[in-house]
Write a protein that binds this ligand. Structure first.
Ligand code: NDP
Length: 288
């Protein structure tokens, strides 16, 4: 008899910790739906094991990996070819093993834009999101904020205001952006200097609201914004942060970070498999 062995493929999440990740929950059903014999695994990786872990991605049956806290920056020198946007951001969240090389990407950036577009913002042109005409207020200057900032300027945002507790970090991000883009970019550390503008998008990329009911933006500041302001919180667990609750009470449109998580994952799936991601299956698995 003819015995056909199906090659089991592997892909996984590299981070420390990884146990609470939502990624296997929606990546595995996507592989299963397309009949791809791949298993999405959690690869808990303390810093001292990072080099060895990245080397293991070159094994023949490995498709690549996702990378999360705290390794998104540290993996850069370990990757053969880095996508230009990921290089500018200075962080990689997706590694693809292809033809014996490791390629690095940052799908958080485009994932955020696809999420904003799904919430009715901007226009899609040739699979690129345009946010022309909008002003963005970005809360935070850490890893997630860097990806968001580069994505927003790539999307043609008119003006970017970066608000961060430590001003130097916001200024550093602004100066990194200004090396590549000629756009009005401001940095602040005091929300009372924010001037409300029309067509604003406020994005929380801080971890404020993750563990306690506190908001990164005082309600008296928020209340000055135009009714067409959109408030996006990258945090998805809790699903309604204090910021989102207050914004909704004031009548603003809001969304949490689940849509960004979904789209960064769908983009990574396509990079690993060269197939379009079964986005509705992924979405259903994520919200179940
Ligand atoms: P970082 O640790 O790199 O950055 C944290 C940011 O939060 C910094 O700007 C920091 O300001 C600010 N911050 C932290 N504590 C406080 C505080 N008490 N008061 C004011 N500001 C504070 O984290 P990441 O950028 O990796 O992640 C940020 C958030 O984004 C997390 O909640 C994460 O879960 C979420 N995220 C969501 C994703 C999604 O797909 N939805 C993807 C990636 C991240 P300072 O510089 O002054 O210290």
């Amino acid at each position: 008899t003819l015995v056909q062995t199906v090659q089991q493929l592997h892909v996984g999440l590299i981070g420390d910790p990884v146990a609470h990740s939502f990624s296997p929950r929606f990546q595995q059903p996507a592989f299963d739906a397309l009949g791809i014999p791949a298993h999405y695994e959690l690869w808990h990786t303390p810093a001292k094991q990072l080099v060895e872990r990245i080397r293991s991605l070159c094994e023949p049956n490995c498709l690549g990996a996702n990378v999360t806290i705290p390794h998104k920056e540290a993996v850069l020198p370990l990757i053969d070819k880095i996508d230009p946007l990921a290089a500018r951001i200075g962080a990689i969240n997706t590694i693809v093993h292809r033809d014996d090389y490791l390629y690095g990407y940052n799908t958080d950036a485009m994932g955020l834009l696809y999420a904003l577009h799904e919430h009715g913002l901007g226009e899609m042109r040739q699979r690129k999101v345009s946010l022309r005409g909008h002003t963005a207020i970005l809360l935070g200057a850490g890893g997630a904020a860097r990806a968001a900032a580069f994505a927003l300027v790539e999307a043609g945002i008119e003006q970017l205001i970066i608000l961060n507790r430590h001003l130097e970090r916001a200024q550093m991000l602004a100066s990194d952006l200004l090396q590549y883009y000629d756009r009005p970019i401001f940095s602040l550390n005091d929300p009372s200097f924010l001037i409300p503008r029309t067509s604003s998008i406020i994005i929380n990329a801080t971890s404020v609201g993750l563990h306690e009911d506190i908001s990164p933006l005082p309600p008296e500041i928020l209340s000055h914004f135009d009714p067409d302001t959109f408030i996006y919180d990258m945090i998805y667990n809790p699903s309604q942060t204090y910021l989102l609750c207050q914004a909704r009470l004031m009548g603003f449109e809001t969304a949490n970070g689940l849509s960004m998580l979904l789209h960064q994952g769908a983009l990574a799936f396509t990079l690993w498999t060269n197939r379009s991601a079964p986005i509705e299956i992924m979405r259903q698995s994520l919200i179940l």
